[in-house]
Design a protein around this ligand. Structure first.
Ligand code: FAD
Length: 466
């Protein structure tokens, strides 16, 4: 059955045109295909209108227009969400990508970042002052979606999640009103913005707490796949014994052509281990030797924090096809390692990868942190990410990713990271948050978005509409 679409409401559109300061892009306009595109090339969707906002009043006007015209709404920060939730057919896309200013207050150790900032925008502004807000590992990721869902990254073990650094926010609510969420004003809304996803309002400005950053010691080693079980046993021992200034991660993927990768490993599935040390740089080699002593090849670098943040930028470009499944793990013992290595033997494309990392540290140091973000005590996170370019490979790549996480079932910690959810079974979002947090978020949804206007996300259903 074809769903009936609301006809274009010309008077509502005229009202929007009269008050909107940004750009309104319609199907057929020259820019339409460019502005509707999101990072994951799997999501080729055609919105009714892309409202390219330049401030909170534009967001409010677009929300009012969508209500008057009977259209669904999606919100685009950086457009990176793997599930493509920023765009939907026939919806009004509230596009914040023209709003990317960052204002740093080095005395107060805070930054104000507009709702469409990419992580690289924030890093460029803050590192000029020797400061940073902990965030994700690819600089073209959107700050908004990442912060609202949590925000893991290189500094998370040292300082905590991005959402833990959210001091206050300017929020356009579903009815178009504009509020400030802070400890003093709408504190419960602030709690929900710290990890509850984009469910409660459109954030047009984030005020973030900053931390000092200096030079980073960065070391990577490569291991042949048949030596991965032994190397991963050492990784487990190493990662779990470190203090918060060390973050060590692993990836199973096809080795590239870098000169430090031994020729016989290039083009074959291999294990890469990486450590970033945020303490005294001179201590880096001795601090990391145990992890890399049997590596087949490797590289050591001193780099700025901004360089570290951009290291992952080229591996996951816009427009490729992606399918990701992710889970938390209780342990990285022989059982899950065997399964991970098996998945690596079956990599469906040269671009696909399995990433895992030991978490804890500052993420879990304060289990009562005042945030909706759940499961801070998860020991490991693992992501099985297929990446490819030919649509004919869609089914095989998605199946590999699904199987890769399913075979880890006996060691799963439960829940998942909301920002890595893709096509999940009903009830997954409730499982992610656990019943207490979910009910608290549903009560917030009742208060701030009772009609569930902001449903283009990993949705928290308002309690009164269930
Ligand atoms: P978008 O696709 O623009 O938006 C996703 C959803 O967020 C929207 O549907 C909406 O519900 C909500 N939203 C966006 N902007 C706003 C806003 N201003 N106000 C209210 N709601 C909004 N995550 C990590 O934690 N750490 C990482 O290191 C990390 N690395 C990544 C690397 C890559 C290559 C990719 C693709 C993703 C990575 N992620 C990481 C996941 C990332 O956190 C999510 O994809 C996140 O949704 C991206 O935010 P975005 O603004 O770009 O997303």
């Amino acid at each position: 059955m074809t769903e009936m679409l609301a006809p274009v409401d010309h008077s509502a559109l005229a009202q929007l045109r009269a008050e909107f300061r940004g750009a309104l892009v319609h199907p057929g306009d020259a820019e339409f295909d460019r502005v509707r595109a999101v990072w994951n090339g799997m999501h080729d969707r055609s919105p009714h209108l892309v409202a390219r906002c330049v401030g909170a009043p534009d967001v409010a006007a677009a929300l009012r227009y969508a209500a008057a015209a009977g259209r669904a709404v999606t919100v685009r920060g950086g457009g990176h969400n793997v599930a493509g939730t920023a765009v939907a057919d026939e919806a009004v896309m509230i596009d914040l990508s023209l709003m990317r200013q960052v204002r740093v207050d080095p005395e107060a150790l805070t930054a104000e970042a507009d709702g469409g900032c990419l992580l690289g925008d924030v890093d460029a502004a803050t590192t000029a002052h020797g400061l940073a807000c902990p965030a994700g590992v690819v600089s073209h990721t959107g700050l908004a979606g990442l912060t609202l869902g949590g925000g893991y990254g290189w500094l998370a073990r040292t300082w905590g999640l991005t959402c833990d650094h959210l001091v206050s926010a300017e929020v356009v609510l579903a009815d178009g009103s504009i509020v400030e969420a802070s400890e003093e004003s709408h504190p419960e809304l602030l709690w929900g913005l710290r990890g509850g996803g984009g469910n409660l309002g459109v954030v047009t400005r984030f005020t973030l707490r900053l931390r000092p950053v200096g030079e980073v010691f960065h070391r990577t080693g490569v291991f042949p796949l048949d030596q991965a079980p032994a190397a991963l046993a050492r990784y487990r021992e190493f990662a779990e014994a470190q203090d918060n200034a060390m973050h060590a991660v692993g990836t199973l993927k096809v080795a590239g052509q870098q000169e430090w990768v031994p020729a016989e490993l290039r083009g074959t599935p291999a294990l890469f281990l990486t450590a970033a040390w945020f303490g005294e740089a001179a201590e880096g080699p001795a601090r990391t030797d145990a992890l890399f002593e049997r590596a087949a090849g490797g590289r050591t670098q001193l780099m700025s924090y901004a360089q570290l943040q951009a290291l992952g930028d080229f591996g996951e470009p816009h427009g490729h096809r992606y399918f990701t499944k992710s889970c938390y793990l209780t342990e990285l013992s022989e059982g899950p390692v065997e399964q991970l290595v098996e998945s690596a033997r079956q990599l469906p494309s040269t671009l696909s990868a399995i990433d895992f990392e030991y978490l804890r540290g500052a993420i879990s140091d304060d289990p009562g942190a005042d945030a909706a973000f759940p499961r801070r005590d998860a020991p490991y996170i693992c992501t099985v990410s297929a990446q490819w370019t030919d649509p004919a490979e869609d089914a095989a790549c998605a199946a590999w990713s699904r199987t890769g996480v399913e075979r880890l079932t006996p060691w799963q910690f439960g829940g998942a990271y909301v920002n890595y959810l893709q096509d999940e079974a009903p009830g997954k979002v409730a499982e992610v948050y656990g019943s207490e947090r979910y009910e608290r978020l549903a009560a917030l949804k009742d208060r701030y978005d009772p009609q569930n206007v902001l449903a283009g996300n990993q949705n928290i259903a308002p309690a009164t509409r269930r």
